[in-house]
Design a protein around this ligand. Structure first.
Ligand SMILES: [Zn+2]
Length: 197
């Protein structure tokens, strides 16, 4: 079907979240039929992003600068760190516009099933940040899943001896729900009404 370039494009598109072979073929065709307005700008954007975007060495956010715009913002309260599983959760909280502190992205959750242990997550830098800066409060904004709860429990055991206030999002998170699937209002309410652990 049209040569190895097209096959490769479809194969790569089909691996994207929410895509399958059928939607990959449809998108590939649309791109190839409009090379000037669709395909080339997308190729350039992908290439620019691949070159410029890095993980923030402080919090784990993705940005083209390091430290990221949030870590570098002097208006942000660095004494308040919101711990999230992934960058998608950070984006969701930013969209909700309710958190004026810093973030820390774990890069996943502890999971016995998936074999993810503490060393696989961005945990040591979190402990270091709390030790180095005057952190008053850590909000454990983890998803309402078994692994999210396990991770929150494990982290609270490590963080409590450091003398910081530990909080979690208020009830209202749908069970099994990820933060980035919540609407902004619900997420904002869950953060405002956070509770002590
Ligand atoms: Zn950062």
């Amino acid at each position: 079907m049209g040569g190895p370039e097209i096959e490769r494009l479809i194969e790569l598109l089909a691996k994207l979240p929410g895509f399958g072979p059928r939607s990959a073929r449809r998108v590939a065709l649309r791109l190839l039929q409009q090379p000037e307005t669709r395909l080339l700008p997308l190729a350039a954007a992908l290439s620019d992003a691949a070159r410029a975007v890095r993980k923030c060495s402080r919090c784990g956010n993705l940005d083209s600068r390091d430290p990221c715009a949030i870590c570098a913002d002097p208006e942000r309260d660095r004494g308040l760190i919101c711990v999230v599983e992934g960058v998608g959760d950070l984006w969701a909280l930013e969209r909700a516009g309710v958190h004026r502190g810093a973030y820390h992205v774990l890069g996943g959750t502890l999971s016995a099933l998936a074999g993810t242990g503490p060393d696989d997550l961005n945990i040591a830098p979190l402990l270091a940040r709390i030790g180095e800066h005057n952190v008053r409060e850590v909000i454990l904004a983890l998803g309402a899943t078994v692994d999210g709860a396990t991770t929150a429990h494990w982290l609270s055991d490590r963080l409590r001896p450091l003398g910081v206030t530990l909080t979690r999002l208020a009830q209202g998170l749908p069970i099994g729900g990820a933060l980035d699937a919540m609407d902004d209002g619900t997420l904002a309410a869950a953060l405002r009404a956070r509770r002590s652990l």
